[in-house]
Every structure is written in C-alpha cells, then in structure tokens.
Design a protein around this ligand. Structure first.
Ligand SMILES: *Cc1c(COP(=O)(O)O)cnc(C)c1O
Length: 461
C-alpha cells in the first residue's frame, strides 16, 4: 500500500542537547520586576522557550561542526574562503563574493558605495538596520509594499510583493539617476515574514533594467521564500528549492545576506554582485572596517559553516518541516481564537495584540503587556513590534504618537525546538486567552532616544 504520511516530522535526530531554563511563576515574577518588564534584560538562562529572534539562534549540523574543524585560518586566500565563494557562486551566479561579519556590515559597505545625500533607495520594506544604514549615508529609504501587506487579517499568498505601479511612478518622479538601488527583502521580515512571488521579482527586475537601476536582494530568508514559491506559485511545483532560488537570483544584480538566518550559522554574512567596479570599491570599504576581503570579519571556520549551511537550507525535507512548523503554531493559536497576522510567515507568527488585548489602550503598550504575560505564565520570550519599538513623542506637543500596529512576534529558531515545544506554547496561549482580561498595561519610567525598546524600563499600570 502506498500513501502520503500526514505527520511531518523533524527531519533530523538530536546529537547534542542543552537544558531548558525551568523556573517557577514566583521566580519569573521577580525576574520580570528586576528586568523592568523589558524582555531584552532577562538572562537567557531564565527563559524556557526563546522566540525572541530566529537570527543566529539556529542549531548547526554535524557537517557544519566538522567544517568548523576543517576551517583554514590563513589570513589571506584561505581554502575556506574559496569554499564559500564556490557555494555562493553556485547558488546565486554572482561573480564577486565578499564575506562580512553579519548582514548589517554588508549593508554598510554597499550603501556607503552606492548611497549618499539626495539619493533614494527603494525596497518592498527595509529591515530596520537596512533603513538605518541607508539613512546614515544621507539617502532616503522608501518602502513600497503592496497594499494588502498592511491588512493583517486578509490572507494572501505573496503579501511580501512590491507595488510595481508605485515603483514606476516614483522612478519617473525622482529620476532614475537618483535611485542607486532597488531592494527586494525576501521574505519580507518587517511585514510578517511574507514571501515575494517570482512574478513580482520578474516585474521589478524588468522595470529596474529598463531604467538601468541595479536590483539587489536582501536575501536573509531566500530559501524560505523559494519554498513558498514552490508551494504557492503556478509552474513551480516540480522545481527544486535550489532551482527556484537560482532563478530568483538570476533576475537581480547582487544580494546582501545575513547568514544568521537562512545559512544556519550563529554569526556571519556576505555581499555578492556581478559588477566588478562596485565590488572593487566595496572591498576598499571592507578592509577599513571588516578585515581583508577573503575573511571579512569572520574566522575561516565560520566561512566553512556558512558554505555548508547554504547547501543544507535548500533541502526540501527541511523546508517542508520549517514552513509546516510555523504554520502549525499559527493554526494552534487561531484555533484558540488568538488573532494573528494572516497567513503565518516563513520564520515567525505575529500575534495582533491590539485586537487580542483590546481593553489595553495603545498608550499602555498592549504588545509589551502580552509579551510580559507570555513570560510570566509560560517562561516564553517573544518580542513586541508596536508602540514600544516604533512609538514616538511629538517634538512640539510632547503628545504620544502610537505605532500603526501592536504585534508580538514569535520567531522560531531553526532546527532548535520540536513539536512538543510548540504544543506547549499553544497551551500557554490557550490559558492566556481565558484570563486575558487580567492582563494589565504598562507605563514607561525611563527610555533613551534611539532604539528605546532595547533599554526602556517599564512598570505595570
Ligand atoms: C537580520 C536581517 C538583517 C541584518 O542582519 P544582521 O545579521 O542582524 O546584521 C538585514 N535584513 C534582514 C531582512 C534581516 O532579517
């Protein structure tokens, strides 16, 4: 008899383990108080399930650890560099490969060559460090997501797409000579981890080529994006994730990469492109801040682990499990009436705290209140993406201007947690849903001007 299994299992067995941080509710109450209700200030040893981020939190494979031992630590021209260069060329087709210590270093190098005052860099959505590095050169960072991306309740297959009509319009208004770069972030991290379709990539590429504007991917989650194309876009069902990724990269001129996501490593990144003239200028900047261009701020062993990670991430059994486990968490929350951003993304589920805790006004940070409640009740750490992160005080009136959204992101580290961990998280949410009226808002007692969410101190109201 032949049939398809319904159960999607973790496609690995566990070789090395570390204990979780079990605590009592009383302890967590104390930990929260001492951390001023800011989860960035909590020692990780006091966290049971850590969904703070999927960045640099992956479990490496035995082959990656073997690569760590094989790493060639020569200052220049290390064998590990050539291994990485080969892996990146094979995947992207881009000739020039510059390793960096992480994604934001790639951004800083590229934008310092292409950006500058009076310039405008356009993206489907800039990730926060991408925006900050663009603005640091004096350039403007402009987001052109499709309209549906901002409608959290409306499901759609490719809510990461760029608004191509708006793109043409902006290019005509600003003049192509003032737009040094267009970026497609795959998947779109800032707006729910939603994928970009091949159709949209093609259209954006065609417009950019017509106007002679280079197109780059912010490729942190390129493999998750490829798998969504396979699942959701007509004509890709029989292609491998690698073939799809190669096709994606073929429509652009280069990419920025944070290897801490879809290269399954704890630190690292790279910059790749076809244009040798830009690459030459990028290498000059790289030497100043990162190191010699064949190691770029990393050890030889790190380069080896990235090269191996780029192969493993495209394994179809892995991607099936990855996308399915995020969807499984989303289904579990939805079944208990928890409002989430639809559909769940590739790396995270986003809970709509504004809707879930409608009794807490935005001035009392419903997202942060939910994140604290998750920790208090279940030892789960998540991150608020709402008014604590993006809220501002009006410069003149001093009145509080809340963010457009109050979300809590549950980001899943790669290959780290199993289905029972996710079942547990769903159970904690089930409990919270019953008691949600007891959750109280928070008030800020101390905050810095920039990136306040990392350091702010709060108390319950
Ligand atoms: C994480 C991330 C970055 C920045 O990379 P780091 O490795 O954290 O410096 C840039 N873009 C996207 C889309 C990311 O998710």
């Amino acid at each position: 008899m032949h049939w398809e299994w319904k159960t999607i299992i973790e496609p690995f067995k566990i070789k090395s383990v570390e204990p979780l941080g079990f605590t009592t509710r009383e302890e967590r109450e104390q930990v929260l108080k001492e951390a001023y209700y800011n989860l960035f200030k909590i020692p990780a040893s006091k966290v049971l399930i850590d969904f703070l981020t999927d960045s640099g939190t992956s479990a490496m494979s035995s082959e990656q650890w073997a690569g760590i031992m094989r790493g060639d630590e020569s200052y220049a021209g290390a064998r590990s560099f050539y291994n990485l260069e080969k892996a990146v060329r094979d995947l992207t087709g881009y000739k020039e490969v510059l390793p960096t210590h992480q994604g934001r270093a790639s951004e800083r190098i590229l934008f310092s060559v292409l950006g500058g005052k009076g310039k405008c860099i356009i993206a489907n959505s800039h990730f926060d460090t991408t925006r900050a590095n663009t603005e640091a050169t004096g350039a403007e960072a402009l987001d052109l997501p499709v309209k549906d991306a901002l409608d959290f309740e409306k499901p759609g297959p490719f809510k990461g797409d760029m608004d191509v009509v708006a793109l043409e319009k902006i290019i005509n208004e600003k003049g192509a000579e003032n737009i040094p770069l267009v970026i497609l972030t795959v998947t779109n991290n800032s707006l729910g981890g939603q994928p970009v379709s091949m159709k949209n990539i093609c259209e954006v590429s065609r417009i950019c080529r017509k106007h002679k504007i280079p197109l780059f991917f912010d490729a942190a989650r390129f493999a998750e994006n490829s798998y969504f194309i396979k699942l959701r876009e007509h004509g890709y069902q029989n292609k491998s994730p690698k073939e799809i990724a190669q096709e994606m990269f073929s429509y652009a001129d280069g990419c920025l990469m944070s290897a801490k996501k879809d290269a399954l490593v704890n630190i690292g990144g790279f910059l790749a492109m076809n244009n040798s003239e830009w690459a030459k200028r990028c290498r000059e900047v790289e030497i100043l801040g990162e190191g010699f261009p064949t190691y770029g701020g990393l050890a030889g062993r790190d380069l080896e682990a990235i090269a191996q990670g780029l192969v493993e991430i495209l394994d179809e059994e892995y991607l099936k499990y990855r996308i399915k486990s995020v969807a499984y968490l989303g289904d579990g929350l939805r079944n208990h009436g928890i409002p989430i951003v639809e559909p769940p993304g590739g790396h995270a589920v986003y809970v709509n705290a504004m809707k879930f805790l409608s009794h807490i006004p935005q001035s009392e940070f419903p997202g942060q209140a939910l994140a604290c409640a998750l920790y208090l009740e279940g030892g789960i750490r998540a991150v608020e993406i709402g008014s604590l992160m993006f809220g501002k005080n009006d410069q003149n009136t001093k009145k509080f201007i809340p963010a457009k959204m109050e979300l809590v992101r549950l980001a899943l580290p790669r290959r780290v947690y199993t289905q029972s961990h996710i079942d547990y998280v769903i159970e904690v949410f089930e409990h919270l849903a019953k008691e949600k009226n007891k959750i109280k808002g928070l008030r800020i007692t101390e905050a810095s001007e920039v990136l306040a969410h990392f350091t702010a101190k709060l108390v319950p109201v």
